[in-house]
Structures are given as structure tokens and as C-alpha cells.
Ligand binder design. Structure first.
Ligand code: F6R
Length: 246
């Protein structure tokens, strides 16, 4: 695992955008797995800034998001569809027909999971998967205890995830309690993985990922089974690793 320590969120975002831009500029066709939440926002802002300054083209980029809330339609302002359109797809002119996000409002959720998993299988896994990490060690919405063999599935979000994400909902009573997420096996099919972590709240999760055992009670620990993982984390997120882990 390649670990890049940076000073803060801004540096993490710049380093991660540079990493992604190398992929985008280095190939004729690129498939990117994308995450939502607070962590990648700065990265997307950097990509938008680069697009404005350098006119980087996204015509050859195809994207596959990790997850979506169950019950939210793509046009719901609090859906991950809306988040991606606002923060990345529209500002960099990424053709929307090249973007893929699970449909949390699909009438048959199990069928939707199967469709999404087969889509990723059909491209042989994404070229680069961007990940954040939950305070409880989740990746995507694979909560602790999820089997490493899982493909795309519907999850019940844990109380700790609901609490951590409540800040993203104007009306907390409208916060969905379930999500569709790529499974751990789906994520591990990616050819390369980039995990970002910033802030003290992530220090325990990173400690378990980097210094703990590989165990289903820490979903992110599955990344130890992949041979091309880069972690860009700031000093706050690496605090526990640096104080106890050496
Ligand atoms: C988001 C996702 C989640 C987040 C994680 C961290 O698509 O899959 O695993 O990456 O919950 O969220 P933030 O970045 O808001 O701390």
C-alpha cells in the first residue's frame, strides 16, 4: 500500500485531483469509480478548477458511483445523483450518458443491484476507484460485518453512519435509512484504488486499516488484499497511526 501523508484537507484534495488527472490525461478511455460525501468535495473542486483553466476533456471518461440512497429519485436534491451533477458532471461537461449511479428509486431493488454489478463486471472493474472511509471503517456503504465476498447490495445504514451523515440532510426525518452500495468484492475488482481520509474523526478507522487485522468487522481492511492501493491522508487522520503504529 502506498501511503501519502499531507498536511491538511486542501493538500489532500490537490494531490488526489492530480492523481486522477494523470489517469484522465494518460489514456484514450478511462473508467472511474466515484465517491460522494464530504471527503471528495475538495477533489472535485480541484478537477473543476483544472477544467476551467486547462480545458481538460472528459469526453473519454466513464464513471461508476459507489452508492445511492434508497428511496431518493435521481432529481432529488439530496440524492447522490444530484450531488454528482452539481459538483462534477455539469461543471466539467461530462456527458451524462457516460455516468452510472445505482438507482435508489428502482421498483425492484434486487434487480437493480444485479444490473449494476453486471455493468461493472462487463467492464472488468473500473480503472480507478476513489474511496472515502467511514468513521466505523466502512467503504462504500459496506458496514462492519459485511462479507468480503459481497457484490452490489441493499444495506441498512448503521446508527453511526446515519448520525455521521445527518448533517447532509436539511430535514433529518427525510434521511433514508437504506442505501444501494457496490459490494466489497465489486470494489476489489477495480484495477487501482485511491482512498482519501482527512481529519481526526477518521484516525481510528485508518489505524485499523493500516495496522489492524484483515477482518470483516473493519470493511476497509479488505483493501489489504488488493495490490494497487494508494492512500492520501492528512496528518490529523494519520495521528493514531503515527503515534502508536510505528
Ligand atoms: C460515499 C461513501 C462513503 C463515504 C464515507 C465517508 O459515496 O461511499 O463510504 O466515503 O461515509 O464520508 P465523508 O466523506 O462524508 O466523511
Amino acid at each position: 500500500m502506498n501511503i501519502i501523508e499531507v498536511a491538511n484537507y486542501e493538500e489532500m484534495s490537490r494531490a488526489s485531483a492530480d492523481f486522477i488527472l494523470k489517469k484522465i490525461k494518460g489514456s484514450e478511455k478511462v473508467t472511474l469509480g466515484l465517491a460522494t460525501g464530504g471527503t471528495p468535495l475538495g477533489t472535485y473542486q480541484e478537477l473543476v478548477k483544472d477544467h476551467k483553466e486547462n480545458e481538460t476533456s472528459y469526453d473519454h471518461v466513464h464513471t461508476y458511483n459507489l452508492d445511492e440512497y434508497v428511496g431518493l429519485t435521481p432529481d432529488d436534491q439530496e440524492s447522490y445523483h444530484a450531488y454528482m451533477c452539481e459538483h462534477l458532471f455539469h461543471p466539467v461537461n461530462l456527458p451524462l450518458e457516460q455516468t452510472n449511479i445505482p438507482n435508489g428509486a428502482a421498483p425492484e431493488l434486487l434487480q437493480e443491484c444485479l444490473r449494476y454489478d453486471m455493468l461493472i463486471e462487463s467492464i472488468g472493474g473500473v480503472d480507478l476507484q476513489l474511496l472515502g472511509i467511514g468513521e466505523n471503517g466502512h467503504i462504500g456503504f459496506n458496514e462492519p460485518g459485511t462479507l468480503f465476498s459481497t457484490s452490489t447490495h441493499v444495506v441498512d445504514l448503521t446508527p453511526s453512519t446515519l448520525e455521521a451523515n445527518a448533517k447532509y440532510f436539511k430535514d433529518p426525518s427525510k434521511q433514508p435509512t437504506q442505501a444501494i452500495t457496490m459490494g466489497i468484492a465489486t470494489i476489489l475488482k477495480s484495477k487501482e484504488i485511491l482512498l482519501l481520509a482527512s481529519g481526526e474523526r477518521k484516525q481510528e478507522a485508518l489505524f485499523h486499516l493500516l495496522r489492524g487485522e484483515v477482518t470483516e468487522s473493519v470493511p476497509a481492511s479488505a483493501l489489504n488484499m488488493h495490490d494497487r492501493v494508494t492512500i492520501i491522508a492528512d496528518s490529523q487522520a494519520l495521528k493514531l497511526v503515527n503515534s502508536l503504529g510505528k
